[in-house]
Design a binder for this molecule. Structure first.
Ligand SMILES: [Zn+2]
Length: 213
């Protein structure tokens, strides 16, 4: 699977496009675009590579990840996948933005298809395993692509950091548990793609992450 990254919005969120060159199938993960030019960049990428967008995958429903979830789903006629634990966050995207001092009108986001722990999705015949990783939010999930050796972790784990747990639904004990039991159980060479900042690997985080001991 090819993976392309777009850094969007003032919070510098990583929107990812998973795509395969042959069949042209794509999934858009955490479309956090807030401005027309950011949406245009993603749409132009999809058009240029002649991709068929199959789904919108949400690691969690914070506004900086979800601002364009409905836009993308409507544009390509696909569903927004997320965990039920974040349903209440989806309903309050504008409120979240205001908490960050941003006056943005984002319509409440209703989840179209539920993601549960251990679900398996398929994109262009490649398996995507859903791992429930509560802690940053109640409904946070990670997407693990075993064949590509990649895991998309949202705001659960960062390069030498972890997600904040002081927002509604956050839980410090749970995020540490999720990282140790779910993410650190993956092969050490797995590339970690977080919701903000640069990529890392499971082995590097086991060795150098100061928050997980
Ligand atoms: Zn978040």
């Amino acid at each position: 699977m090819k993976i392309s990254k777009f850094i969007v919005n003032p919070i510098e969120e990583n929107t990812y496009i998973l795509w395969n060159e042959k069949g042209g199938e794509a999934a858009i993960v955490d479309p956090g675009m807030m401005y027309a030019n950011e949406r245009k960049a993603v749409d132009e990428f999809v058009a240029k590579n002649e991709l068929t967008v199959k789904m919108v995958l949400m690691t969690h429903l914070h506004f900086d990840h979800a601002a364009s979830a409905r836009y993308v789903a409507d544009r390509y006629g696909v569903k927004v996948f997320a965990n039920i634990g974040d349903a209440h966050l989806g309903e309050a995207l504008s409120t979240q933005a205001r908490m960050f001092g941003m006056d943005l009108e984002i319509k409440p986001l209703v989840i179209d298809a539920l993601l549960n722990d251990n679900d398996t999705l398929k994109l262009a015949d490649e398996k995507i395993d859903v791992l429930a990783v509560p802690g940053h939010s109640a409904g946070s999930v990670a997407f693990y692509l075993p064949a590509s050796g990649v895991v998309l972790v949202g705001d659960t784990l960062f390069c030498q950091g972890i997600g904040r747990t002081d927002l509604p639904g956050g839980n410090y004990k749970k995020i540490v548990e999720s990282i140790k039991e779910k993410l650190f159980a993956l092969p050490g060479e797995t590339v970690v793609l977080p919701g903000h900042g640069s990529s890392t690997t499971i082995d590097d985080e086991k060795s150098y992450n100061p928050y997980i001991r």
